[in-house]
Design a protein around this ligand. Structure first.
Ligand SMILES: NC(=O)c1ccc[n+]([C@@H]2O[C@H](COP(=O)([O-])OP(=O)(O)OC[C@H]3O[C@@H](n4cnc5c(N)ncnc54)[C@H](O)[C@@H]3O)[C@@H](O)[C@H]2O)c1
Length: 360
């Protein structure tokens, strides 16, 4: 593909939509806003300038933009901020044929999608993810939500967007650590479904973090294809979608123990190495593939280990995870490269032996 070509990846479901990936997606945006009279642009503070340009496209298309600035990162995902957004939609006289556009990282798209899901029991929305994690994960799949005191993402709704526009130009000002953290989810997609992702990163890890270059673009496209394929088969997370949780059981526990001060992608990186060794020690995954987890993540500068003394807290947190069905622990593991399966109720001794692999 050349710089100004766009790539379109379909997501199936009751209301199918497309993920559009490319540089400068103003034309694609203009096409999505044609049916609305009013368009709310919900954006995270650091994305002000980009949100202004989005508003210009909306105005040029003949609709009225209503910019709504929300606090940065997780501070956006609160009931209080959602209430402010609903009040703003009410003040603008928003109807069911109007549109919400979300501009920002995964936190902003989760909040804006939730506001769109709940206003008048659901108005259409378009996600414009501006972080790598948002592009390959948060904005694709239709899960929206906010946090409450009891935990992250406990209130939410499945509300697929009318479209996802991943404008690679927005990645230029994204802090390097955020970009690299997002790559952990890309690596996950490589191990569960598309090993070519791993080869690309191993061949040229520096190019993999260059937002202007073709390698990162290809990685975004490949990771989105993996997620799009899986969620197309399983819109509401009843079955195959569980494989996207690879590495996330320990990752969620680390995030909780860290009080959510760790980047999600960093926790996922450690969780991937853990899941790989769990599968190896259970006799399901070959040693070379397990070790490859550590090497590819390290190449990118992602963490692959965690504190030994944290194990009891991590185990307790994993047993509390909302994705645990009943009380038995379930892990997504690999039986081989790109062969995800489930490990049911592994014995505690196996769990702690695998933890030694990420803590010594
Ligand atoms: N809905 C889902 O399926 C799903 C999946 C994965 C994650 N999530 C959610 O996504 C969130 C994490 O997403 P995230 O990692 O994007 O975090 P984030 O939204 O907090 O963004 C990280 C930081 O980068 C900044 N940023 C984003 N784009 C930028 C840009 N182009 N230039 C400069 N700064 C920019 C943000 O403002 C923020 O400070 C979490 O709340 C998580 O629960 C949701």
């Amino acid at each position: 593909v050349t710089m100004n070509e766009v790539t379109t990846i379909p997501v199936a479901g009751a209301r199918p939509y497309q993920v559009v990936i490319g540089h400068d997606l103003r034309d694609a945006l203009a096409r999505l806003v044609t049916t609305a009279d009013r368009v709310a642009v919900i954006y995270a503070t650091p994305l002000q300038r980009y949100a202004d340009r989005v508003a210009d496209v909306i105005r040029d298309g003949g609709a009225a933009p209503y910019p709504i600035e929300v606090p940065d990162a997780e501070d956006a995902k609160t009931a209080e901020v959602a209430t402010r957004c609903w009040d703003a939609l009410a003040a603008a006289g928003f109807t069911r044929t109007d549109l919400v556009v979300a501009v920002g990282g995964g936190a902003a798209t989760d909040l804006a999608g939730f506001v769109a899901a709940t206003w008048l029991r659901g108005v259409p929305w378009v996600a414009m993810p501006t972080s790598l994690l948002g592009m390959v994960d948060a904005a694709v799949g239709g899960k929206t939500g906010i946090n409450v005191a009891a935990g992250k993402n406990l209130v939410g709704s499945f509300h697929p967007p009318a479209g996802v526009l991943a404008d690679l130009d927005t990645l230029d000002p994204l802090p390097h650590t955020e970009l690299v953290a997002g790559l952990a989810e890309v690596v996950k997609c490589g191990f569960i479904a598309d090993p070519e992702i791993l080869t690309r990163i191993e061949t040229d890890p520096v190019a993999a973090t260059d937002p202007a270059g073709p390698v990162l673009r290809e990685l975004v496209e490949r990771a989105v294809r993996v997620k799009a394929r899986v969620v197309s088969e399983d819109l509401r997370e009843a079955g195959p979608r569980e494989i996207l949780n690879y590495g996330h059981t320990l990752a969620h526990a680390i995030e909780q123990v860290e009080g959510y001060r760790w980047r999600h992608g960093h926790a996922v990186a450690v969780g991937l190495v853990y899941a790989a060794h769990l599968a190896r020690l259970a006799g399901r995954l070959d040693e070379a593939t397990a070790v490859r987890h550590t090497s590819v993540l390290r190449t990118l500068g992602l963490p692959t280990g965690y504190r030994p003394e944290a194990w009891p807290d991590l185990l307790a947190a994993m047993r509390m995870d909302k994705k645990v069905r009943g009380s038995a622990l379930r892990f997504v593991v690999l039986d081989g490269l790109a062969q995800p399966s489930i490990l049911h109720s592994p014995p505690e001794q196996l769990l702690s032996r695998a933890y030694r692999e990420v803590s010594e």
